[in-house]
Design a protein around this ligand. Structure first.
Ligand code: MN
Length: 716
């Protein structure tokens, strides 16, 4: 006798569900939605009650936690699942997790948890194993079963991004780990509590194996409180509507999600095959303490192919993705799928109704053996987001072209700025072990839209409600003082509509003699591309600027000017204004590096890509950019083709219209002189490829791609 419906086991229920979908192409074989059709208002009322419950639980729960990631940034999410583990409603927040916990629940069902582990009301499971169902190791999930009378009626899942996971280096996403064993604590759908109470032994494990466990416990309390709120609210709702109605409803809401997603694809995206390539600089060369296996220069390949059929079938594939590596820059299958759901939730199904119906409406292909679907079970999955984010920039671009071709210009979003990484280790200002991450990274620049500029300093693709958090919160959390935060000029890609700008923070280390900083970003390689002539956001100017043994004590004592922002992109204020050991580094992975009080570190957060030819940008918009510090005079002259002058007294920039028109015409003439037909260019490039006249790490990358994906190789 099982704990499922009508005494079935969960395994039987899941098996039936899979078979019905395979047979009919409809969730649970539902070709029609009789419950919805017979009384649409009742159906909507139940959905809004459930949706309200999961959103409300999140709003309450985030105030229980004190970790700045959860409380300030809202890095948490709640989802309600069917007994088989299909999501029917999710909260706001890190909606990248619409599907990850579904995989985790199904994994528990398929691995006989019902018989071998036991499932009862009050049980608590923790998972952060991305090969089972998660985005990466520092996304920690709490999952609870919900029983109605004697039957398992639902699962509730919750996830937060934690500050510290006990990896080989501090802060949740260790950058020097070369395999799973350096990633930190792994919980593989582990039972960690019963009767709504965590095992004391589990809490001791966290206390003894993390660099500070206060935030861990508080985040967990937030997750569990939200799960409890949802569980306790769900039962009166089921009482009110009747359990038979609820059971029929959850089948229909998922099939409806599938049908609506397909209809939306059909309506919004022009059928065709869309392709885009993106690359990730995963090098650690030049870093002073890189581990042996990572010391090479490495370029990763993230080719994307999106196929939209006239019936509204949406297929995403990554044939040609390069091999996984002994670095944290790998992804699991559930994480890659998670990337697709968060993309779909923002670009196509943004009415709050997205559920696993969307999963059933799409097809994906990630080649086995590539970094996006590794064939080694001990691969590191600590910093999945590096290559994952560049991949979905390519997907955004494919979708932008498909929207454009249908005429939905206002739906176009051509990508986003890569969210770099800054982590802290050592000892904090309170004398305790330090492990944490600065989540102001959530406020990177959004890509431009098809009708307007991108949002400045306010976007991360996994959490559309992102924020940078107050500086004071990051000063409380880490041994540092902010000397300033400012927009980075020209960080948003140039274009008719420009990408959203990124920003940078100038940090003075403070309060501890044992500070380690580590981080990462796309280094020397653009992490996005503009479309229709727009420029990429500017990782090219993204640098790690830092200074050891500075004269900051003298500067403070004598009240002299100090660097509070980057200044001219060609020459940093830190370089000009500080004495000491000053570095400007362009490596993509910054391995943990020691810092002392009065050292200075400038952290850059990227801008988004642009849309359309910069020479078509309206002059008054450029004037506004100049006066607001979004662009600089020398760069806007070169790219936008404008002549501007600055009033000595007021400091206000004014653009000379006639001179600018002349300059724009000259630039166009120069372009025509340099231009070659695409066919000719491709021919030259082909010859270069056949000669293997390619830089070593790039040759290695293509060799891997061709070995793993022969289909891609023959077409290439
Ligand atoms: Mn995360």
């Amino acid at each position: 006798m099982g704990i499922g419906w009508n005494k079935k086991t969960l395994k039987e229920m899941l098996g039936e569900s899979k078979a019905l979908f395979k047979e009919t192409g409809h969730y649970m074989g539902l070709k029609k939605l009789p419950v919805k059709e017979s009384d649409p208002l009742k159906y909507e009322r139940l959905f809004s009650r459930i949706r309200g419950t999961v959103v409300g639980a999140r709003e309450t729960a985030l105030h229980i936690s004190a970790s700045p990631i959860v409380r300030e940034l809202g890095e948490l999410c709640f989802t309600l699942y069917s007994p088989e583990g299909d999501s029917l409603a999710l909260s706001t927040g890190i909606i990248v997790h619409v599907h990850t916990m579904s995989e985790a629940i199904k994994w528990m069902i398929e691995n006989n948890y019902e018989d071998e582990v036991g499932l009862k009301e009050g049980d608590i499971f923790t998972n952060n194993d991305a090969l089972i169902g998660d985005a990466h190791t520092s996304d920690v999930q709490s999952i609870i079963p919900v029983f109605y009378k004697d039957e398992l009626i639902a699962w509730v899942g919750s996830v937060t991004h934690v500050m510290e996971i006990g990896g080989v280096d501090a802060g949740g996403q260790p950058v020097t780990t070369t395999n799973r064993f350096g990633d930190g604590l792994y919980f593989s759908c582990e039972k960690v509590g019963e009767n709504d109470k965590l095992y004391r032994t589990y809490q001791i494990r966290a206390d003894r194996n993390l660099r500070g466990s206060t935030y861990w416990h508080l985040d967990e309390k937030a997750r569990l409180a939200g799960c409890r709120i949802i569980r306790d609210s769900l039962k009166p709702i089921i009482d009110e509507f009747g359990v038979d109605y609820y059971k029929k409803f959850i089948r229909e809401i998922i099939e409806e999600g599938r049908q609506v997603f397909q209809a939306r694809v059909k309506e919004r995206l022009f059928p065709g095959r869309y392709r885009a390539a993106q690359f990730y600089d995963g090098s650690t060369k030049g870093s002073p303490v890189a581990t042996e296996r990572m010391i090479t220069e490495r370029l990763m390949h993230a080719p994307v192919e999106l196929t939209v059929t006239s019936e509204g079938i949406f297929k995403m594939g990554m044939s040609g993705a390069s091999k996984w590596g002994f670095t944290p820059l790998n992804s699991s299958l559930p994480a890659m799928q998670a990337g697709l759901w968060v993309t779909a939730a923002q670009m196509l199904a943004y009415d709050g109704r997205i559920n696993d119906g969307a999963y059933y409406a799409t097809e994906t292909y990630f080649p086995y053996g590539s970094w996006a679907n590794p064939d080694w079970p001990y691969v590191s999955l600590a910093s999945t987001w590096g290559p994952l984010m560049v991949t979905y920039n390519a997907v955004y671009r494919c979708m932008a072209r498909a929207f454009f071709s249908r005429g939905f210009r206002e739906e176009i979003l051509c990508g986003y700025g890569h969210n770099n990484l800054l982590q802290y280790g050592g000892t904090d200002q309170y004398g305790k072990p330090l492990g944490g991450i600065n989540f102001e990274m959530c406020a990177s620049g959004m890509g431009s839209r098809g009708i307007m500029d991108g949002l400045d300093t306010g976007y991360s693709m996994w959490n559309p409600e992102s924020d940078m958090g107050n500086m004071e919160i990051w000063e409380l959390s880490f041994p540092q003082v902010y000397l300033g935060r400012r927009i980075t000029p020209d960080s948003g890609g140039f274009g008719k509509y420009r990408g959203g700008s990124g920003f940078h923070s100038t940090l003075l280390m403070w309060g501890s003699n044992d500070i380690q900083l580590a981080g990462g970003g796309p280094g020397r390689c653009p992490n996005n591309c503009g479309i229709f002539g727009g420029y990429p956001g500017a990782p090219a100017i993204r640098k790690t600027v830092y200074a050891h043994a500075t004269n900051m004590p003298d500067i403070i004592k004598n009240k002299l000017p100090y660097p509070s922002y980057e200044g001219d992109t060609r020459r940093q204020n830190v370089v000009d204004m500080l004495k000491g050991d000053v570095h400007v580094d362009d490596t993509s992975v910054l391995v943990p590096m020691p810092f002392k009080p009065y050292d200075v570190f400038v952290m850059f957060w990227n801008g988004g890509p642009g849309y359309g030819d910069p020479l078509e940008r309206k002059l008054d918009l450029i004037e506004g950019d100049l006066n607001n510090g979004f662009t600089l005079d020398f760069s806007s002259k070169a790219v936008y083709g404008i002549e501007a002058s600055r009033d000595r007294e007021s400091g206000v920039w004014t653009i000379d219209k006639d001179k600018s028109m002349d300059l724009r015409n000259k630039i166009k003439e120069k372009r025509a002189e340099r231009a070659v037909p695409t066919r000719t260019w491709m021919k030259t490039e082909r010859e270069r490829i056949l000669r293997k006249d390619i830089y070593g790490p790039i040759l290695t990358m293509y060799r891997d791609s061709m070995t793993i994906s022969p289909d891609w190789a023959s077409e290439y």
